[in-house]
Write a protein that binds this ligand. Sequence first.
Ligand code: CP3
Length: 317
Amino acid sequence: MRQAGRYLPEYRAIRQKVDFLTLCKTPELAAEVTIQPVDILGVDAAILFADILLPLEAMGAELVFAKGDGPTFPNPVRTREDIARLRQPDVQETLGYVFDAMRLVRRELDGRVPVLGFGGTPWTLAAYLVEGGGSKHFEHLLAWSYGDPEGLALLLDRIADTSIAYLSAQIDAGAQALQLFDTWGGLLDLPRWRAVALPPLRKVLEALKGRVPLIYYINGGSHLTEGFRELPVDVLSVDWRRPLDEVRRSVGGRFVLQGNLDPAALLAPLAEIERRTAALLAQGAGGGHIVNLGHGILPMTPVENARAFVETVQRRS
Ligand code: CP3
């Protein structure tokens, strides 16, 4: 789950003073908001405060977080000529603030809980970069994937190379596990997920494998579970759209599963949150299970509801 964020008054207080990118790029502040959910909710792991889109900025794509609009890329990448203008960045030079934040978090937590690093999958990063931001249909991305798949593959490969350097450096700075977010992998059917999204993802995962546990998260990917059997990861993290016991049956016993309470369930009365959390624990009981939300926490979630979720899990497992 996205743990930090606007549902926390302590986070909003910091965001009143600095914009989102400044927060990401100020290691002391990024470390502070990373640790907030650990102190306030009592979660069992911290996830570094950063954003999946930062390495695209390091590749030379201007990135803007306009108030209320989410992320935008004013100059989207849509042709091979656009790809040629991107660079393979020196990640220490361009993204050093992320690694500084990671080192600070590790130092301040002093072993209290493990710290996760993260990034986006090449497909999901390309989705934002090609479209120029979030989108309902991702038409530019999908048009490219049908019209010039080799061209798009070049872009995905460039993003994979930067991701490998970026994620390796997070491990060097102290990340104890890495999660790759595939928010838009579910746009593809299984043959196209295998043909388009999997090769650059596999390249990233193979490069990192064996250093720390790897977690693959997909949103809206219930129709793709068969394909996940091939992924070199330790943990498969899924959204709430398919019950966890069913997911386990369809991927086989190979993975620890992570998930998958509907984030909207945290808007329910406390007794209902407890009931649904207990049901989730029962569904996950057939094998390794890291209890989590199925996607990021919603900004209107009351803090005491998020705490009830965490406490129910800790009491019952
Ligand atoms: O979980 C955490 O505490 C770690 C931080 C984290 C953020 N983004 C901070 C953030 C993580 C793990 C992410 C991942 C991320 N970022 C994803 C993958 C997961 C997912 O949500 O599907 C994606 C697609 C992004 C890109 C991104 N960043 C979007 C689409 C948005 C706007 C979303 C919104 O709710 O408005 C962001 C902004 C963002 N990233 C916020 C946070 C806390 C909200 C920023 C704010 O206004 O303060």
